[in-house]
Design a binder for this molecule. Structure first.
Ligand code: C5P
Length: 401
C-alpha cells in the first residue's frame, strides 16, 4: 500500500503555461493511490481543458464558487473538509497575491480559507515576476501563515527568460505530497543539504577542487527522507548515485551552490552544509585553455575567497535551523565552538581529520556535536548509522549560539 492510498488530494490549477504539467501530476497522484479532485481557476482553463483533467482524475472539475449544480453535489465547504491536502500547482503570482490578502472571491481562494488541511503551493511564473518585491512580500506572508511553498526551480522558461520561476516537475511534486503523509520525525519538514566538493574553474579543462566523496551529505539526505522530510540535495560532482525520492540539484562551483541554496532556502526548516566548499577560486576563469609557459617561467593564479554558503544562509534565513561541519586537525572543540558563533549556526558537527580512518573519503566517521548547550561525543559509526543519529540530534536543536 502506498503512502497516498485513499488520501484525499485537491489539486488546484491556476493560469500559467506550466498547467500542462498538472495533467501528468494528476496521473501520478492517482497511480500512487490518491483520490483527486481538481479545481481550476478561469485562467487555468485558458491553458488546459477541464475535460482533460476530468478524464485523468475520474471526477468532474470544480470551477465555480456559486454554482447551484456544483453546490448540490460536493459544495465548497464539503470539498474543503474532504481534503487531506490542498496543492496549488501551478500557483501564479496572482493567486499568491490573493491568498496573501485573504481574499475569498472565487472557489480556490475560498477553499484555502475554509480548509484545515495543509496548503502547498508550487509557484510558476516569469522570473522577473517571481523576483518582484510584491511577490516576495506575498511569499513571506504566506510562509508566516504556515502555507508551504515548494519551488520554483531555476532554468529556462517558456517565455525565453532564464531564472527562478519554473514549476517543480510532477515527479518532484509527487515526492513532496508523499512526504506530507509520512509519520517520521521530520514529517512535513523541508531540508536542504549541500554535499560533495565544489569545482572552481581555472580554464575550460582545469579546476581547483578537493577529495570530498559526498558520502556524508548523501547519507544525511537519505536518513532525512526516511524520517519523512522533503529533501533537496545540492551536490557538487561526485560518483554517487542520486538517492530516490529526493529533489536533486547538481552544481559545480561554490557560487552555483550558494545560488541554488538561496533559491530553495526560503522554504527550508533545516539547512545542513555537508559540502566541502573550495575556500578560494581563480579571480578569472580563462575562456581559453592556458598554454604551457617556457620551462623557466612561473605561472601564478590569482585567487579570491568564495562566499561562505552556510554563514550566508544563517544570516538570510534566521528562521531556518542551520547546521555545519568542521573538519579540524587540532583544537577540535575550541575551533568548532568558534565556528558555531562566527557562522551564527545552531550546531557544528566537528571531526578530527588528522585521523585518516575517519572523515573525508572514508566510510566511517566519528564526530562531536557542538551546540550552545554543550558538546556531545558520538562513537565511531558508519556514515549511514551516523546520519541516522545526526538526524535525530538535529530534530532536537532549536537554539543558536
Ligand atoms: O569555514 P569552514 O570551511 O571550516 O566551515 C565548514 C562548514 O562551512 C561546512 O559545513 C561547509 O559546508 C560550510 N562552508 C560553506 N561555504 C564555504 C565554506 C564552508 O558553506 N565557503
Amino acid at each position: 500500500m502506498s503512502r497516498l492510498t485513499n488520501k484525499h488530494i485537491i489539486l488546484a490549477i491556476t493560469g500559467g503555461i506550466a498547467a500542462y504539467k498538472s495533467a501528468e501530476l494528476v496521473r501520478l497522484l492517482i497511480k500512487a493511490g490518491a483520490q483527486v479532485e481538481v479545481v481550476m481557476t478561469s485562467g487555468a482553463t485558458a491553458f488546459i481543458t477541464p475535460l482533460t483533467l476530468q478524464a485523468l482524475s475520474g471526477n468532474p472539475v470544480h470551477q465555480h464558487l456559486l454554482n447551484p449544480k456544483a453546490e448540490a453535489g460536493m459544495g465548497h465547504i464539503q470539498l474543503a473538509r474532504w481534503a487531506d491536502l490542498l496543492l496549488i500547482a501551478p500557483a501564479s503570482a496572482n493567486v499568491m497575491a490573493r491568498l496573501a490578502q485573504g481574499q475569498a472571491d472565487d472557489l480556490l481562494t475560498t477553499l484555502c480559507l475554509a480548509t484545515d488541511a495543509p496548503v502547498l503551493l508550487a509557484p510558476a511564473m516569469n522570473q522577473a515576476m517571481w523576483r518582484d518585491p510584491a511577490t516576495q512580500s506575498n511569499l513571506t506572508t504566506l510562509l508566516a501563515r504556515g502555507i508551504q511553498i515548494h519551488g520554483p526551480a531555476e532554468g529556462e522558461q517558456a517565455c525565453g527568460d532564464t531564472g527562478a520561476g519554473r514549476m517543480l516537475e510532477p515527479s518532484e511534486l509527487l515526492t513532496t505530497v508523499k512526504a506530507q503523509f509520512d509519520q517520521g520525525l521530520l514529517a512535513g519538514k523541508t531540508l536542504v543539504i549541500t554535499a560533495g566538493p565544489t569545482r572552481e574553474a581555472i580554464d575550460p579543462v582545469r579546476y581547483i577542487s578537493n577529495h570530498s566523496s559526498g558520502k556524508m551529505g548523501y547519507a544525511l539526505a537519505q536518513a532525512a527522507r526516511d524520517q519523512g522530510a522533503t529533501v533537496t540535495l545540492i551536490s557538487g560532482p561526485t560518483h554517487l548515485a542520486k538517492p530516490d525520492d529526493i529533489k536533486f540539484v547538481a552544481v559545480e562551483s561554490a557560487q552555483d551552490m550558494l545560488e541554488a541554496s538561496l533559491n530553495v532556502g526560503h522554504s527550508a526548516d533545516y539547512f545542513i552544509a555537508a559540502a566541502a566548499v573550495a575556500d578560494y577560486r581563480p579571480i578569472i576563469a580563462s575562456q581559453e585553455k592556458l598554454k604551457k609557459l617556457n620551462a623557466d617561467d612561473r605561472l601564478s593564479l590569482d585567487l579570491v575567497q568564495n562566499p561562505d554558503i552556510l554563514a550566508t544562509m544563517a544570516k538570510q534565513h534566521p528562521q531556518t535551523i542551520c547546521i555545519g561541519f568542521a573538519a579540524e586537525t587540532e583544537n577540535l572543540i575550541l575551533n568548532g565552538q568558534t565556528k558555531l558563533g562566527r557562522k551564527g549556526v545552531h550546531m557544528i558537527i566537528a571531526n578530527d581529520v588528522s585521523n585518516t580512518d575517519i572523515g573525508f573519503n572514508s566510510d566511517n566517521n566519528q564526530v562531536s556535536l557542538i551546540t550552545s548547550n554543550g558538546v556531545e561525543e558520538l562513537p565511531l559509526l558508519s556514515k549511514q548509522q551516523l546520519a541516522r543519529r545526526l538526524i535525530v540530534a538535529i530534530t532536537n536543536t532549536s537554539h543558536k549560539a
